[in-house]
Ligand binder design. Structure first.
Ligand code: FE2
Ligand code: FE2
Length: 235
C-alpha cells in the first residue's frame, strides 16, 4: 500500500501527519486531546524513525573524527535534538489553540518538517554513539505550555512567537555550523538543511501576520533557550 506521500510502506501515523487538515476537521475535542497526547508520547518516548523525505546526510561518507570531536559533535546534535523536541511541542501547542484553520494547517505542516529534523538528529546521535537528552519530557512539556499560552492570546501573537523563535533558532544553528568540526560533513549537512527550513518557517509566520514581540519577551525567550541548550549539551 502507498504511504501518505505516494510511495513506500504505509504508516497510519504518517497518513495523519501528511493530511493534517483533512483528518483534523473530523476530530472531536476528545480526539484532538488524545491525538495530542499520542504525539507527545511518540515524540519523547518512541524512536522518531526515518523521515519520509530522506536524510540530508545520506550519500555523505562518515569522516574520521577524534574522540573529542565526536563527543563535541554529539553534544551539539543532542542540543539540536532537544530543540526539535521543543519545536514539535511548540507547534502542537500553537495548533491546538489556533483560531484560524489555515494557520492551524500551516503550523501542522511546520510540525511535520520539525519531526523530520527530529529524526535526522536522532539518527546522527546514534551514528556518533550517543543518546538524546534524558530531559526530553521536560523540554516537550515546557514548550507545549508556552506554545499554547501564546496561542491563547491570539493567532498574531502565536505567529509572532514562532517568527521570533525561528529567528533565534537560525542564529543558534549558525553558531553550531561555526562550532561543528569542519570534517563532520554528515552533521553539517543536517544542520544546514534544518537552518534553511527554520528560516522558511519564520518567513511563513511573518507572511501570515505575525506581530512583533515586545523586547522583554524576546530577552526571556533567549534566556530560556540558553538554559535548555546549556543543559542538553551534557544531559
Ligand atoms: Fe527544526
Ligand atoms: Fe522550525
Amino acid at each position: 500500500m502507498l504511504d501518505a506521500k505516494g510511495s513506500g510502506v504505509y504508516r497510519p501515523d504518517e497518513a495523519i501527519r501528511y493530511n493534517p487538515g483533512v483528518n483534523k476537521r473530523e476530530l472531536s475535542p476528545l480526539d484532538r486531546l488524545l491525538a495530542g497526547a499520542d504525539n507527545a508520547l511518540r515524540t519523547v518516548a518512541a524512536p522518531a524513525g526515518h523521515s519520509p523525505r530522506g536524510n540530508p546526510a545520506s550519500g555523505i561518507a562518515e569522516s574520521d573524527l577524534t574522540t573529542s570531536q565526536k563527543s563535541h559533535s554529539a553534544g551539539l546534535m543532542r542540543v539540536n535534538h532537544a530543540g526539535e523536541i521543543a519545536a514539535q511541542a511548540l507547534y502542537q501547542g500553537h495548533a491546538a489553540v489556533a483560531r484560524d484553520k489555515s494557520i492551524e494547517e500551516q503550523m501542522q505542516r511546520a510540525a511535520d518538517e520539525e519531526f523530520d529534523h527530529l529524526a535526522w538528529c536522532e539518527q546522527r546521535l546514534e551514528e556518533l554513539g550517543e543518546r538524546p537528552s534524558r530531559l526530553a519530557p521536560v523540554w516537550y512539556a515546557g514548550a507545549f505550555v508556552i506554545g499554547a499560552a501564546s496561542g491563547i492570546l491570539g493567532d498574531k501573537w502565536s505567529l509572532g512567537f514562532i517568527a521570533e523563535t525561528e529567528r533565534q533558532v537560525c542564529e543558534h544553528l549558525d553558531s553550531h555550523l561555526d562550532g561543528l568540526p569542519e570534517q563532520d560533513a554528515r552533521s553539517r549537512a543536517i544542520v544546514e538543511t534544518m537552518r534553511d527550513e527554520e528560516q522558511e518557517h519564520g518567513e511563513n509566520a511573518i507572511a501570515a501576520g505575525a506581530a512583533e514581540l515586545p523586547e522583554p519577551v524576546k530577552k526571556l525567550m533567549r534566556l530560556t533557550a540558553k538554559v535548555m541548550t546549556n543543559t542538553a549539551y551534557w544531559v
